[in-house]
Design a protein around this ligand. Sequence first.
Ligand SMILES: NC(=O)c1ccc[n+]([C@@H]2O[C@H](COP(=O)([O-])OP(=O)(O)OC[C@H]3O[C@@H](n4cnc5c(N)ncnc54)[C@H](OP(=O)(O)O)[C@@H]3O)[C@@H](O)[C@H]2O)c1
Length: 243
Amino acid sequence: MTHAAIVTGVSKGLGAALAAALLGRGYAVIGIGRSSAPELTGDAYRFVECDLGVIERIDAAVEPALRALARSSPQSVCLVNNAAVASPVGALGGLDAIEIERSLDVNLTAVAILCNVFLRVFGDESLPRRIINVSSGAAQSTIPGGGLYCVAKAGLEMLTRVLVEDAKAPSLTAITLRPGIIDTPMQVFMRSQPADVLPSVTMFREFHDSGQLVKPEVVAMKIADQLVRAPVEQGRTYNYREL
Ligand SMILES: NC(=O)c1ccc[n+]([C@@H]2O[C@H](COP(=O)([O-])OP(=O)(O)OC[C@H]3O[C@@H](n4cnc5c(N)ncnc54)[C@H](OP(=O)(O)O)[C@@H]3O)[C@@H](O)[C@H]2O)c1
């Protein structure tokens, strides 16, 4: 029997690094996303193609793979809701309605849907189950020009609290992670924005220029060892600094 993890957003960035770290630790991993990083291979890895912005298709895309995983009787299972988009940037008043919907769908609605299907499939209370919602300091502090992202991350942190409230057995743990400042395509996107659209762009350029960005592999290793494999405190919001 193996331990298992489900990671969203495995094409690049933190999600790809985390899936690789977990495979390296002997986990069976299901990656969910629009594409999968080429280094994620092997018998222990399964990729489920799913655009998390098309919310009406998520259940049908994901449930069969989760059911197959459940049939393999893993020792434990952990869902890491990692996928997110930083777009659209800009202040309210200048955003496109469809882009608003899509951003909130990927960053929040899809996460609720994935938690829902995860708990439906892995309903066995004797199975240790964990949900890790990857949030951001943006859940607490607004980012000028990045408001929609902040709204979704604040909602995500409440979702963790709701999961804890709804948990019927101590075998289900849910936590939030604010993973720090990571050297990923999301940071490249933020620091390449024009200042009139993203007034906080200087902060993102400063993160880069002052060498504050941490490699995704380093963050992933800490998440794998300290938040996926080790015991965690129910409902807690973990910050990268304390890992
Ligand atoms: N980087 C940071 O400094 C930082 C700081 C705080 C929090 N975070 C959080 O950490 C997590 C990982 O961020 P990251 O920096 O690794 O971001 P990233 O480099 O932009 O990667 C995001 C991942 O999410 C996937 N994704 C986006 N839209 C999707 C969709 N519609 N359907 C399926 N997958 C989709 C992307 O896949 P595609 O290639 O298909 O787009 C990609 O695999 C996010 O939750 C982010 O909010 C990051």
